[in-house]
Write a new protein. Structure first.
Length: 89
């Protein structure tokens, strides 16, 4: 289900504080951060943001532009969550 986005997942793994607890299930510190779904030939990710989860499309056979957009969305969500958790200390 995720082999086609291996490079994008490698970028996610490189974000500070991210751990992949099982294939395709990522946590930021102890907070569930990113996981994937597929249904009827469509795939999307649920990405944690300060206001809850939001869906980010990452279709099978996604082109380079869509892949970059996916990574940017995840990176942006990570930055917001990181900022929020640091401010809460």
């Amino acid at each position: 289900m995720l082999a086609d986005i291996a490079a994008e997942l490698a970028a996610v793994r490189g974000l500070e504080g991210i751990k992949e607890r099982s294939p395709g299930v990522f946590y930021y510190k102890s907070i569930a951060f990113l996981h994937f779904h597929d249904k009827n030939g469509k795939r999307w990710a649920d990405v944690k943001s300060p206001r809850g989860y939001r869906e980010v499309a990452i279709d099978f056979q996604a082109d380079a532009r869509a892949r970059r957009k996916f990574v940017q969305s995840v990176t942006d969500a990570h930055a917001l969550l990181s900022k929020e958790t640091k401010a809460a200390r």
